[in-house]
Each structure stands twice: as structure tokens, then as C-alpha cells.
Design a binder for this molecule. Structure first.
Ligand code: NDP
Length: 332
């Protein structure tokens, strides 16, 4: 795969460039809104092509796929342009600023016959794969509830548009609630129906929420509670799923690293589950590359990206209105 990077981002520098190369990819281009930034980023990461013109990147016939990690409001137009140019697209979450735009992206990729995926990393973690396997094997019986603990401290380097720019998609709901929605859907295999929520700014958010708590109802009757924040310097993350015959309590697993602890407790006692420590992003890319070659499906496809965004949008609306809010999946 020969990749073009749309967005000269932290996530690409910190995780994706290495993962793209580790999965056999070459990186031919990086495009940014700022020419100097594009040039210095390209030099730092050994990328031959750089610039501010998306058309130049997309016209390069050598480029077979693009990875979009610009700020959130740019994803929609950039993805549609890449799809129109016949490129496969791996797009960062949230797919877009509205569910309708995200649906349009997915439909455009289907019509063009290119692979379109969402970079939800958590469902690629060995910890989450172990949790899912245990749940599917019936080890907790029938699921009753899920608790997601995803309150962290936003690193200084990321305290830019996320904390003060709603037009760029800032706020903890588009940033972290989308990941939690995807992870819950991955484990339960069903989509939230309606939500209640409260959000606040507790130290970092300026014009956007930096903390949110919400409760979601699932079609099966499972209840989900989810907590996201940018302001918790000393909290640990976690994912818990409780069932009629057992509980899984996983600590430090809402993370980009292959770490954490997963403990299953039943009437027989407690057991620490083993898991694979592979790189999350490399697994996602391996499945993406295979899907582009016509084998299998991406880890999180475009429909998954639409659905995680739809849940996050419903949480945002519920927090804004104070009302119980149905999740609108945009007909997908
Ligand atoms: P960054 O703030 O690092 O970069 C986003 C964009 O901001 C860049 O593409 C660039 O815009 C602009 N920018 C950043 N630094 C500079 C600079 N020094 N000079 C000029 N412009 C600059 O974003 P993140 O990496 O934090 O996030 C990017 C996307 O990835 C978001 O959609 C986010 O939600 C997602 N993300 C996903 C993660 C995951 O694990 N799946 C983790 C982290 C982020 P432009 O190129 O348009 O000029």
C-alpha cells in the first residue's frame, strides 16, 4: 500500500506512521493546511511529497490509500475527494460533524467500490478481544450492564482545538465518547437506542464540554453508563461488563497501548484473563489492508463510524437539552 497522509497530525506522528510502515506500507505524501508545517513534518518523518493542495496528493497514481487525521470538520470534504479519486480511505473518528455527512461518506465509498474504514483503535486491543471472547463464550451469562470509565487528563500537546474550538469538532464528546460508543457496540453486538446525559466544563474546556456522564439503553435491556473527561489527572480508566453469571472488570484498558488487566469473577472465584499484546493500530491496518485486497472487512468499517458518531451526537443533544434522546443512525 502506498499511503497519502491527509493531516500532519500528532496521532500520525505518534502512532500511525510507524504502524503504516510496520504493516508494509510506504508513505508518499503528507498534506497539511500550512506549507511550512507540511514541509517540516515531511522532513522529520522521511516523507517525499508534501504540500497544501489535496488535489496534488490525490492526482498521484502511486497513492492507493489515504489516512485522514485532520481536524474533525475537514474529514467529510477530504474523504469525498479521496473517494472520488478512487483511493481507499482510513478516516479518523469522529467521521464527521454530522451523521448525515458521515452516511454520505460511507455511501460514496460503496458506490466507488473503495474500502472505507474508521480508526477506532480500542476494538483492536488484546484486552478488549479477550473480554469479547469471554462474553461470547457465555462466561458472564446474560449481560446486564456495562460501565465505561474513560476520564483522563488531556496531554498538554493536545490542548489545542480539542478544548476551545467547537467548529473544528472540539469537546470530549466528539473526542472520547465516540470511542466508548464503538467499544460498547463491539462488546454487546447491538446499538444504543436512547440516552440521557449531563456535560460540563471542569477546568480545560472553553466553549466546549471537557467532561460528560451519560446512560444509554440497549435493545436487549442492558444498561450502559459512560464517563469521559479531559481533566482527571489521577483517575484510572476501565471497562466493566456484568452479567447473570459473572463480571469482567478490566482496568487501564481505555488506552492506545497494549496494556491493562482483565479479571473475570464468577461463583467459582476470580481469574485474570490473558491477552495478546500486539500493537492496536497495526492490527487495524492489517485488517484494512486485507479488506482493500478483497479479504474480510476492516476492524471498524464506515457503518461502525457512523454509529459511534450517532451515539455521541445523541449524548451531546441529551446533555444540551436535558432530555432523554433517541439515537438517530441516519437510516444506515
Ligand atoms: P493535531 O492537532 O495534531 O493535528 C490536526 C491538524 O491540526 C493537523 O492536521 C493540522 O491541520 C493542524 N496542525 C497541527 N499542528 C500544526 C502545526 N504545528 N502547524 C500547523 N497546523 C497544525 O490532531 P490530532 O492528531 O490530535 O487529531 C487528529 C485527528 O485524529 C482527529 O480527528 C482526532 O479525533 C483523531 N485522533 C484519533 C485517535 C485514535 O486513537 N483513533 C487519537 C488521537 C486523535 P491541517 O493538516 O489541516 O493543516
Amino acid at each position: 500500500m502506498n499511503w497519502g497522509l491527509i493531516g500532519a497530525s500528532n496521532i500520525a506522528a505518534g502512532h500511525m506512521i510507524a504502524a503504516l510502515r510496520a504493516t508494509g506500507g510506504r508513505i508518499g505524501w503528507v498534506m497539511s493546511g500550512n506549507a511550512d508545517h507540511a514541509a517540516s513534518y515531511a522532513a522529520e518523518h522521511g516523507i517525499p511529497g508534501h504540500g497544501t493542495d489535496l488535489g496534488n496528493l490525490l492526482q498521484d497514481p502511486e497513492i492507493t490509500a489515504v489516512y485522514i487525521s485532520s481536524t474533525n470538520e475537514k474529514h467529510h470534504a477530504q474523504a469525498l475527494a479521496a473517494i472520488a479519486a478512487g483511493k481507499h480511505v482510513l478516516c479518523e473518528k469522529p467521521l464527521s460533524m454530522t451523521v448525515a455527512e458521515a452516511v454520505e461518506m460511507v455511501r460514496a465509498a460503496e458506490a466507488a467500490g473503495v474500502t472505507f474504514a474508521t480508526n477506532h483503535h480500542l476494538r483492536n486491543a488484546g484486552t478488549h478481544l479477550a473480554i469479547r471472547e469471554a462474553v461470547q463464550a457465555g462466561r458472564i451469562g446474560t449481560p446486564l450492564s456495562v460501565r465505561v470509565h474513560h476520564a483522563v487528563y488531556l496531554p498538554q500537546v493536545l490542548q489545542g482545538w480539542r478544548i476551545d474550538n467547537p467548529a473544528a469538532g472540539g469537546g470530549v464528546i466528539p473526542d472520547i465518547t465516540v470511542h466508548d460508543a464503538d467499544t460498547v457496540r463491539f462488546h454487546l453486538g447491538e446499538d444504543p437506542v436512547e440516552v440521557v446525559a449531563m456535560a460540563t466544563a471542569s477546568g480545560l474546556g472553553q466553549g466546549v464540554e471537557d467532561s460528560c456522564m451519560s446512560v444509554w439503553s440497549m435493545p436487549s435491556g442492558v444498561q450502559v453508563m459512560s464517563h469521559e473527561s479531559f481533566t482527571h489527572a489521577h483517575a484510572t480508566t476501565g471497562f466493566e461488563i456484568h452479567g447473570t453469571d459473572g463480571s469482567i472488570v478490566a482496568k487501564n484498558v481505555m488506552t492506545q497501548q497494549p496494556v491493562g488487566e482483565v479479571v473475570l469473577t464468577t461463583a467459582k472465584g476470580s481469574e485474570t484473563l490473558s491477552y495478546s499484546t500486539h500493537n492496536l493500530y497495526e492490527r487495524s491496518l492489517g485488517l484494512f489492508n486485507a479488506a482493500c485486497a478483497g479479504e474480510g472487512r476492516p476492524s471498524a468499517d464506515g457503518v461502525d463510524g457512523v454509529k459511534s458518531l450517532a451515539v455521541a451526537m445523541a449524548v451531546a443533544e441529551a446533555a444540551r437539552t436535558g432530555r432523554r434522546t433517541p439515537v438517530n443512525y441516519g437510516g444506515i
